[in-house]
Ligand binder design. Sequence first.
Ligand SMILES: C[S+](C)CC[C@H](N)C(=O)O
Ligand SMILES: N[C@@H](CCS)C(=O)O
Ligand SMILES: [Zn+2]
Length: 329
Amino acid sequence: MSGFIQKCGGYVILDGGFATELERHGADLNDPLWSAKCLIDSPHLVRRVHQDYLDAGANIISTASYQATIQGFEAKGFSKEEAEALLRKSVEIACEAREIYYDRCTKDSWDFMEGGRNLRRPILVAASVGSYGAYLADGSEYSGNYGDAVTLDTLKEFHRRRVQILANSGADLIAFETIPNKLEAKAYAELLEEEGIEIPAWFSFNSKDGTNVVSGDPIAECVSIADSCKQVVAVGINCTPPRYIHGLITSIRKLTSKPVLIYPNSGEMYDGQTKQWVKSSGDVSVDEDFVTYIGKWREAGASLFGGCCRTTPKTIRGISRALSVSDKN
Ligand SMILES: C[S+](C)CC[C@H](N)C(=O)O
Ligand SMILES: N[C@@H](CCS)C(=O)O
Ligand SMILES: [Zn+2]
């Protein structure tokens, strides 16, 4: 990852809310599969959203597989083989979007010159893996409370085949995201090891207090699992209110020398019952214009920057601009 960061000019731009942008294009995600539903009924929108984020300047785009699981597709009546094909399709669509983008850059290079940075810039495809809580489709990736019946083995068996498929799908890396507790981080680390997964991965946790991950497990214990796993090439925080990001970067930097990634959400809270985002009561001043904090977050030691739920290509353009300004200062 350090080589890739260098190739990108010292920092990497991620994409923004994937599902958010699908909804902006008219997708209805009120479904247990959430954004993964579009792999079945509107793959053209999935490709479109990837293109929107590439146009906004992303160096890494993440696939529509956050809530795509074999178990979830089977519950919809798909066979195991069809479910596996849908997982692969999430990566194929992102790779296609990258190809289309590169073709357009080559044909129309003049329009795509923006300080030289946009022209044939390095782009990776990250296969998104959402947590077990995402599959439950009740917002429990924001509590990390799976109950005592869910053990390390339950989680490993739940994710095993999906991780194998995504690792061999042509993706450049696996993005384990919105990891709500230590148990799931451990399950992922053991799976990467046991399955001999050859592509790199990042581990990204979510927090609602700036000190612990959402389950209450200390961030230090979670980062330490990521730090000891050799396949993990970056560690960070996503889908977390912007107001907690600065402190979390500082803490993570003390715990690992791996690159730190951050892609906060808008600061709103997700209500898993109504499937709606609601305004939060915290310090909204940081949340509302988080792009203005990007330079500070870079100074604090983060090197990969993007947005999560309720952020859009406009956010990513803002991040890109803020980083190029911080570069000149
Ligand atoms: C990242 S959350 C907003 C994804 C949706 C959630 N797992 C649900 O199905 O309600
Ligand atoms: N990357 C996910 C959200 C993670 S919380 C998506 O937007 O599909
Ligand atoms: Zn999110």
